[in-house]
Design a protein. Sequence first.
Length: 187
Amino acid sequence: MTNPPQGSDYWWSGEPGTVWQRNAKSIFNSLKQANIRSVVSIRNVDSSWRPSWALQLNPPRAKEDWSEWLEQVFATVYWLNVRNDYRVDDWEIHNEPDNRDRGWGGTRADYFELVKVAKDAIDFVYQTYLPSRTYRIHGPKTVGGSNWPASALQEIPNYFDTVNVHNYDADISGASHFGKCVKKEIK
């Protein structure tokens, strides 16, 4: 996150010389300075199913796999907020887990367990190092037509406190009751 390969967090994507030449540290520092509230998606693999070594952890199966996931979540939250105080307090676990193109390789039940372990790690960081700070975990997003968000709110409602809706229409001015962009914080 500080010194990525080839000087860019996007070294693995695009044509050489055309990718953004910065790192996570500069991104999050700029967002903090501009008072922009970031939402970070924590994943075990990205939407290109990388890194390849992590595919065996997607989804985690063995006790060691779950420990690896917990450590990854802890390290990410700790680095962003304790070590660097970037004020990242909004978290999502994967992005559109019902859409295999986004990188999640497990079932809905696997995802729910992934969320539970992630929340435990996030809770630990905030309770131990940031007791006066509040964080939000965003429920699963969907491209539409999926019942994953509703199912998550029914089966594991205490693991989420924010719901977002994605709308990929080219022109969202005529969108249904969701309007241009919907974000509902659950109270």
